[in-house]
Ligand binder design. Structure first.
Ligand code: MSP
Length: 519
């Protein structure tokens, strides 16, 4: 039976234009989705926008427009950017869509039916940038400042509460029993220790806000934006969405098929909501919790988190400039290569340029060398390998091990490794060519069989490295494979890896995959 793979990004606030931080999560998710599709898994990749809440209302008011208008303007920019970045999402969910609103109301109704929601009054602090309640103790430690350094806001109003405290022990047990649930490991410990300090019930409605989804039992209140937002991961699969309402009659991929999600990819600042609120909500409505929440690090600029409020981010214009200079695939490679996945990363133009040079010198150059020698000495036909020496065996072994190493790295979400493993194979191949010096072998007819072996092994290694790079360098790896005379259309990774190039295979001509960038 085909495995399924469901992956999500956070749904982003369209209170402004997207920046590198948003593009990063989405590109990483895209790499994972492409890998799983290529691996033959039935893959579903979801992204979208989180359009309710006080932040949207306030930003719209500052601009003198309605929140819906603000959302429409920016959602288009998000969607266009994903097109431009060749993101392969299968669905884009907006929390203002009917299908989502209907699904959220159904979810909250189930929580009500379960007796998990009650009326009370909230008095305390709120972080309007993060749309998060802040406890008194936390507020003190933070000097009454929000995450974005603006003052925390005091709320005092009647509100409906969700019995989060009832589910906290179950959430804790789930985290403890499933080490893969919160990754990386260090983040899991942070969540556990915070959970052990105890949690209050959660205020889940606002009577003073009009911009949101009405609470089914008390339409004067709108549903708290995080309850609304987290639900997207299942409303997009049709959960709670009546058949007639399913977004203009479009058929949704069935919830039963893809839930529980394989990976919720998020930034580390929203881990608590995904690792505690979200499973608690799912337990309340008797649904399974996510298989994994992976919290990656932040892009910083001079050590400070890149964000709209800080005004220090790599914006769309900057991203476009980098893409037109180095190409989209170099950007994808750089973002993954910059640090072990999960760590913070500091954006540097110098490192981006270095990543491009590395791709050119290691991958592009090696492919070119191999193609030139085969074309020059064997009329472009791949020779069969003859007797193997130790040096050959060592390269052959590395080539044959790549598929398994790659599968393991993808399985563990070690995205930096996913990028580096094939590049290291190409580097080894370059070294192998240096050591075996095929251009010298070509001059000596007595070394003809030796030349055949070298050419065969070096080509198989490059073929394997390029296949492995397809999810990360979709355009360049396919172009490299085309130079090798391979069309990957419709083939799975397993098929490709399992089918080395046959002797006699006709390769094409080489041309630089990563042209030098001036300046
Ligand atoms: N709307 C909520 C998420 C709801 S999910 C049910 C939200 N939106 S956001 O627009 O603020 O986007 C936050 C996400 O954008 C982060 O979790 C991360 O994926 C990405 N990033 C934003 N800034 C970032 C960096 N500086 N570095 C890396 N990723 C960052 O929170």
């Amino acid at each position: 039976m085909t495995k399924t793979f469901y992956i999500t990004t956070p749904i982003y606030y369209p209170n402004g234009e997207p920046h590198l931080g948003h593009a990063y999560t989405t590109l990483c998710a895209d790499v994972l989705a492409r890998y799983h599709r290529l691996a033959g898994d039935d893959t579903f990749f979801l992204t979208g926008t989180d359009e309710h809440g006080v932040k949207m209302v306030k930003t719209a008011a500052e601009k003198g427009i309605e929140p819906r208008q603000l959302a429409d303007i920016n959602v288009k920019i998000f969607e266009d950017l994903w097109k431009e970045l060749h993101i392969t999402h299968d669905d884009f969910i907006r929390t203002t869509s009917d299908r989502h609103k209907q699904g959220v109301q159904a979810i909250v109704q189930q929580m009500l039916d379960k007796g998990d929601i009650y009326l009370g009054a909230y008095e305390g602090w709120y972080d309007e940038g993060q749309e998060e309640f802040v406890t008194e103790t936390e507020a003190k430690t933070r000097n009454f400042l929000a995450f974005n350094k603006k003052p925390l806001v005091r709320y005092a109003e009647p509100t409906w509460f969700f019995r989060l405290s009832k589910y906290a022990p179950q959430v804790q047990q789930y985290i403890e029993a499933h080490p893969q649930f919160i990754q990386p490991e260090s983040r899991r410990n942070e969540v556990l220790s915070k959970l052990k300090q105890g949690v209050d019930d959660l205020s889940i409605s606002r009577a003073t806000l009009k911009w949101g989804i009405p609470l089914p039992n008390d339409p004067q209140h709108v549903i708290y934006v995080w309850i609304d937002a987290l639900s997207n991961y299942i409303t997009a699969l049709g959960y709670g969405v009546g058949e007639n309402q399913a977004s203009g009659g479009r058929v949704h991929p069935p919830y039963e098929k893809y839930w529980p999600v394989n990976v919720h990819l998020i930034g580390k600042e929203i881990l608590w909501l995904h690792a505690v609120y979200w499973p608690a909500m799912l337990f309340s409505i008797n649904q399974l919790p996510p298989h994994q929440v992976f919290a990656h690090g932040w892009w910083t600029a001079d050590g400070r988190k890149m964000s709209k409020t800080e005004g220090n981010f790599i914006d769309i214009e900057k991203l476009r400039a980098d893409i037109s200079k180095f190409g989209l695939d170099t950007l994808r490679y750089y973002l993954l290569r910059a640090a072990p996945f999960g760590n913070d990363l500091d954006f540097s133009e110098t490192d981006l340029a270095a990543a491009h040079v590395e791709l050119g010198n290691v991958l592009g150059n090696c492919l070119n060398r191999v193609l030139n020698i085969i074309n020059k000495n064997r009329d472009g036909a791949l020779p069969a390998a003859a007797a193997l020496e130790d040096l050959d065996r060592s390269l052959q072994e590395r080539t044959q091990n790549l598929a398994a190493e790659l599968a393991q790295a993808y399985d563990r979400l070690e995205l930096q490794q996913c990028a580096l493993l094939p590049i290291e194979l190409a580097r080894a191949t370059n070294g192998y060519i240096d050591s075996t010096a095929p251009w010298k072998l070509a001059k000596d007819p007595a070394q003809s069989a030796r030349l055949d072996t070298v050419l065969n092994l070096a080509t198989q290694a490059m073929y394997t490295a390029l296949i492995a790079l397809l999810p990360i360098l979709p355009e360049k790896a396919a172009a490299g494979l085309a130079q090798l005379g391979i069309d990957t259309t419709g083939k799975t990774l397993t098929e490709l890896f399992a089918t080395p190039l046959a002797a006699g295979h006709q390769v094409g001509m080489g041309s630089p995959l990563f042209p030098k960038v001036e300046g």
